[in-house]
Ligand binder design. Structure first.
Ligand code: SAH
Length: 265
């Protein structure tokens, strides 16, 4: 596995490059790609910047120029329905571009000439991401997040949701807007600005991808309040610990195999 890890904002990926072993930086298309190892896994970390085009450009480059075999997007998102709360984690089963609308020529949300509205995340990668997320909440969360920040953002028992993530070139900050998207898109759990673009690129290039997001806001009128503080003090910590768990999982299974082999079983 050579894992590409994308985030939109530098705050979302804080700590990850520092955690890399023997990292070196390559600049391409106005972005810094950090190539190295994360807990024994070959990895390339990059900031896409915000929006679908930026994310698509970055994902394509990761595959075509850096030879990544899997892509993981980690970042923050707005809640897509009412049971999803700030501090919860969402893992995409599938992704849709909510601002794609070439109707009446094509059905709303369909990416013209692909025949698709939804792009799916990879099952195996998702299973691993979910394991990592559960392990994070069970074993790391209490110590990973500062108690003061837990209180400020009322993080008591964060939960994990799987479902549909909708991406578009808009920061959603309006109750009517999010309610409309929720009504139009069954199974919606979160809204953000990059995931579905990465998912389309990965579908077209046949590379497995997964998108995991920490909920930073309710996509309503309060969405911008404390947004950056949350990203820095909470979401960046989630991402770092979850990626660590994700990477260490394979190490565990590989060394398990090695010990079985050496024990002759
Ligand atoms: N206020 C921020 C705006 C960042 S845009 C700033 O000044 O920089 C929001 C980023 O977080 C995007 O990368 C998007 O993927 C994600 N996001 C979080 N909440 C969102 C929401 N309510 N709507 C859309 N994207 C959201």
């Amino acid at each position: 596995m050579r894992l590409g890890i994308i985030s939109a904002l530098s705050e979302e990926q804080q700590g990850l490059v520092e955690a890399m072993q023997s990292p070196y930086k390559l600049i391409h298309g106005q972005r810094e790609y950090w190539v190295g190892q994360l807990w024994e896994i070959d990895a390339v970390c990059v900031l896409s910047r915000i929006g679908k085009v930026a994310a698509a450009m970055t994902a394509t480059t990761l595959v075509e120029k850096f030879g990544v075999t899997h892509i993981l997007f980690t970042g923050v998102a707005g809640a897509g329905e009412q049971t999803v709360q700030v501090g919860d984690i969402v893992v995409a089963d599938s992704l849709v571009q909510h601002d794609m609308d070439a109707s009446p020529l094509f059905p709303r949300f369909e990416v013209p000439l692909t025949g698709l509205t939804h792009f799916t995340a990879d099952h195996r990668l998702n299973a691993r991401v979910l394991n990592a997320a559960y392990a994070f909440l069970d074993e790391d969360f209490m110590e990973a997040i500062d108690d003061g920040e837990k209180a400020v953002f009322r993080l008591t028992q964060p939960r994990i949701h799987r479902g549909l993530i909708a991406s578009g070139d808009q920061f959603i900050k309006d109750s009517a807007h999010i309610a409309g998207l929720n009504a139009a898109l069954p199974g919606l759990v979160a809204v953000e600005m990059e995931g579905a673009a990465v998912a389309q690129v990965c579908y077209e290039l046949d590379v497995p991808c997964a998108v995991i997001r920490t909920i930073s806001d309710n996509a309503n009128e309060n969405a911008a309040t404390d947004f950056m503080r949350f990203v820095k003090s909470v979401a960046a910590r989630y991402a770092l610990y979850i990626v660590r768990r994700f990477c260490l999982q394979e190490e565990v299974s590989v060394s398990d195999q090695a010990s079985r082999v050496s024990a002759g079983t």
